[in-house]
Design a protein around this ligand. Sequence first.
Ligand code: BG6
Length: 511
Amino acid sequence: MSAGATASQENLLQQPGKAAGPCAMVIFGASGDLTKRKLVPALFNLAKANLLPKNFIVVGVAHDELTQEQFRDQATQFLATADRNTEASDWFGQRFLYERGSFADASTFSLLVDRLKKVDEEFKTGGNYLFYLATAPRFFAQIVQQLGAAGLSNEEQGRWRRVVIEKPFGSDLESAQTLNRQIKSVLAERQIYRIDHYLGKETVQNILVFRFDNAIFEPIWNRRYIDHVQITNAETVGVEQRGGYFDNAGTLRDMVPNHVMQLLSLTAMEAPVSFQADAVRNEQAKVLHAIQPLDSEEVLHVTVRGQYGEGLIADQKVPAYRAEPGVSPESRTETFAALKLNIDNWRWAGVPFYLRTGKRMAERHTEITIHFKRTPFAIFQHAPVRKLHANQLVIQIQPAEAISLSFGAKIPGPVLRVGSVDMSFEYTKYFKAEAYTGYEVLLYDCMIGDPTLFQRADMVEAGWRVVDPILDVWKVLPPRRFPNYAAGSWGPKEADELLARDEREWRKIEP
Ligand code: BG6
């Protein structure tokens, strides 16, 4: 038994779920990175857990000239060494078919219709299709329209057809609305699975369990007890091979309307009446709609942008953003963003949410911290205090998946001294959980038709509604002093000043 887990929990962990029903998964953009790094390893993990249907096939579609074998080898190259040449990997390897084609060309889709008919006959996949759009966003609407025109989106005689759309979903509110209109002219909302891989992370899902399966936190989860909330999403990586995309997008677009808004909405939402998809998503949408949009004056005061210059990451010298491949040497794109938002509802009125996210920061670290109010009267005010702060509840998303609560305790000894101590829980220590990609649960949920962890049209648009006014002001007022933080630091000093003005500071994140 895992250290700390009770016998019944251990039992629960080993209980197999029910395998999804027969289906074919069609991956558009199948020769890209997402397929080999995330989708294929996740599918394999599902196969090992007996959650993948026995009647299952992957049809990869891409522009590249590849044979069936080349596609199979390419797709499965990131399976762990221990997983190769096993019975499971042999079975799995036979599930990969390839179809070369252009997404603009209607004949690709008529070939696909024939291919899928044969697949249904040979592999008994039942005419159920999961289309995964792992392509550049400019193809999203086009592919959906082609699927519609080829009759591949029709759900008849109990067969299902679902489409997973990757991010970025639009580049501002208007483009997101347009994309929603385009895909909804072909598909019903229940067929659309807008993916945000943050919802596949265990600790992100655990926010719901933590909040709504424990009676002790909810009564204090509000403005009476909480002083403010911080969300930090720090990466040490730069733009890697994605300079071209990133230089047009910037950190605000890349991270905030999607990943950061997921973290915020799960933290701030009201309790749903059930764990049904729409019950949960209605509450998330409500809280996103309650975020006060910033006016231009506020954008100047409560948002900060930054771009990294050269610096040190793990003692290695790394180049400035402007020297990265695919990035303009005069780029004014932000690689760091910090903002303060307010949520206009009874629970959160007057409780600021401070958000920061950036690339090439000192540590890879994502967390949500609930900073509670101080005691109304400090009876130990004359006792020497070591590192004492108000209670903090830290929900760590990555790299460690953990939750800890800090509180004041008496330091042993004859003299009364008070210090901060932690009560903490770590996923891997407690559950000895295997490392998953996060895509397992999302793919499985698509196959069984559970959209709880996917974004509805209104949620995506609500995220953009928060970000749009900031994008507008930033566009007309280009940054004056970029780069303004060194790679390997915690971002520009203005981000610290944002909190200092409110007599607060970012929680110190130790390596
Ligand atoms: C992606 C962004 O959606 O999320 C990337 O486009 C970012 O720029 C990545 O690096 C972060 O994901 P994770 O799971 O590593 O936090």
